[in-house]
Write a protein that binds this ligand. Structure first.
Ligand code: FAD
Length: 395
């Protein structure tokens, strides 16, 4: 005889644990299963071990999704303020960093402990190192063959996350379940991920590894971000690159303004006036790291000479070069280092109010497994909390 539960949740990550706690509070009997040894592994390593758990400023425009309206309902049913209230209830100290990002002051472990405390209900059972071998639809719900036994449930919640960081237990399981039940998928790709460069550029920029500069960056679709750019031995990284990577497709260029807060032409004209014999390199070294200038001047075929020798046309072309430095990445570092997976279960298949599959009553999705991916800055966890909460209210 199969063990019966009201709700089975597959995946004990951010969304799955939130969903379990909420369904359990409603008095539903809940089983959470995960193939990993422990819950919330991504939470533990997130935000450099401090977990950027949400952001003061959250709207649907902070998410990449084919349907730009889909996230609105869940984000309003469970807001960043609701999560902050939970953090406060558990006495977890937190701090605000730039762009409204909220991090634990001490450790991401506290977030996992908090979620486990919320799940500590007589109605909620958790099983780890538990594989799901088979799922079938029954008249009253679903039957799941686990490595331990067979269980049945009325509602099934898929919260198995995306493909990023396979070494932390990421699998395509959720996508396979969606396909098994005939749900459409949006093709997946790595998001919030560093760019790799073509061989020649990679070699030219390798010596800049470790240099960070504040820039603005623009994708071909017009999306832009202002944050810092980091040169690495593999290519380009830093928050600005991770952000724009979610709006980039192979073959496209990104345009980088290396001097977002000054007008280079005005600055050069003023310097030419005050110090006409100063060389361009020395003048630029007041604005950008020296090593970066050396490489850019060489790659831009720019002649270094005293400022007084630059005519207006040359000043304009220097201005354009530094303010609109265009680069075509070779690719990304892929799922190995990506923070998130773009694409996933097509949100057209799901109710934005409940997270239930429109054509499969009782089947719910929560978190990153669906085609909703947040910006860098705590948005992906907020989506996990909001969608997990909503699924927990209806499953
Ligand atoms: P997950 O948290 O990935 O949980 C999925 C769970 O399902 C896992 O426990 C997994 O073991 C389990 N599972 C998978 N396949 C199976 C299977 N076949 N059978 C059983 N169980 C399975 N976002 C932020 O907002 N702020 C941050 O600071 C941040 N930092 C990050 C740092 C890194 C390095 C990475 C990789 C991501 C970071 N993210 C951050 C993104 C965030 O971690 C995810 O978006 C979020 O964890 C998604 O929650 P989820 O519950 O949908 O999936």
């Amino acid at each position: 005889m199969a063990n019966k539960f009201d709700v089975v949740i597959i995946g004990a990550g951010a969304a799955g644990l939130m969903c379990a706690a909420e369904a359990g509070k409603r008095g539903r009997s809940v089983l959470v299963v995960d193939h990993a040894k422990k819950p919330g592994r991504k939470i533990l390593i997130s935000g450099g071990g401090r977990c950027n758990f949400t952001n003061y400023d959250v709207t649907a425009s902070n998410f990449v999704c084919r349907n730009p309206h889909f996230a609105k309902s869940a984000l309003s049913q469970y807001t960043q303020w609701d999560f902050i209230a939970m953090i406060a209830k558990h006495n977890i100290a937190y701090e605000e960093r730039s762009h409204g990002q909220l991090f634990c002051e001490d450790s991401a472990k506290e977030i996992v402990q908090m979620l486990l405390a919320e799940c500590d209900l007589p109605t909620v059972e958790q099983r780890y190192r538990c594989d799901v071998h088979d799922i079938t639809k029954t008249d009253s719900g679903f039957r799941l063959k686990l490595n331990t036994d067979t269980v049945e449930c009325e509602s099934l919640v898929i919260a198995t996350g995306g493909l990023s960081m396979p070494k932390l237990g990421a699998t395509p399981f959720g996508y396979q379940v969606a396909e098994q039940f005939g749900l459409k998928m949006v093709p997946t790709t790595a998001g919030l991920v560093p760019f790799t460069l073509h061989k020649e550029e990679k070699e030219a920029f390798a010596e800049l590894s470790g240099i960070a500069v504040p820039v603005t960056i623009e994708a071909e679709d017009g999306t832009y971000f202002k944050e810092s750019l980091l040169f690495t031995h593999r290519g380009l990284s830093g928050p600005v690159i991770l952000q724009i990577s979610s709006y980039w497709t192979p073959g496209q260029k990104v345009t980088i303004n290396l001097l977002p807060d000054v007008s280079l032409s005005d600055t050069l004209r003023a310097m030419r006036e005050s110090n006409p014999n100063q060389s361009l390199k020395i003048a630029l070294s007041r604005l950008l790291p020296k090593r970066l200038i050396e490489v850019l001047i060489e790659r831009g075929d720019i002649t270094d000479k005293p400022l007084k020798q630059y005519n207006e046309k040359e000043v304009a072309s220097l201005d354009a070069y530094f303010h609109s430095w265009s680069i075509a990445p070779n690719g990304t570092e892929g799922y190995r280092t990506a923070e998130v997976t773009l694409g996933g279960v097509d949100t057209d298949e799901l109710s934005s109010k409940t997270m239930e599959a429109k054509q499969v009553p009782g089947l719910y999705f929560a978190g990153e497994v669906m085609d909703v991916s947040g910006w860098l800055g705590g948005y992906n966890f907020q989506w996990a909390w909001s969608s997990g909460y909503v699924a927990g209210q209806y499953a």
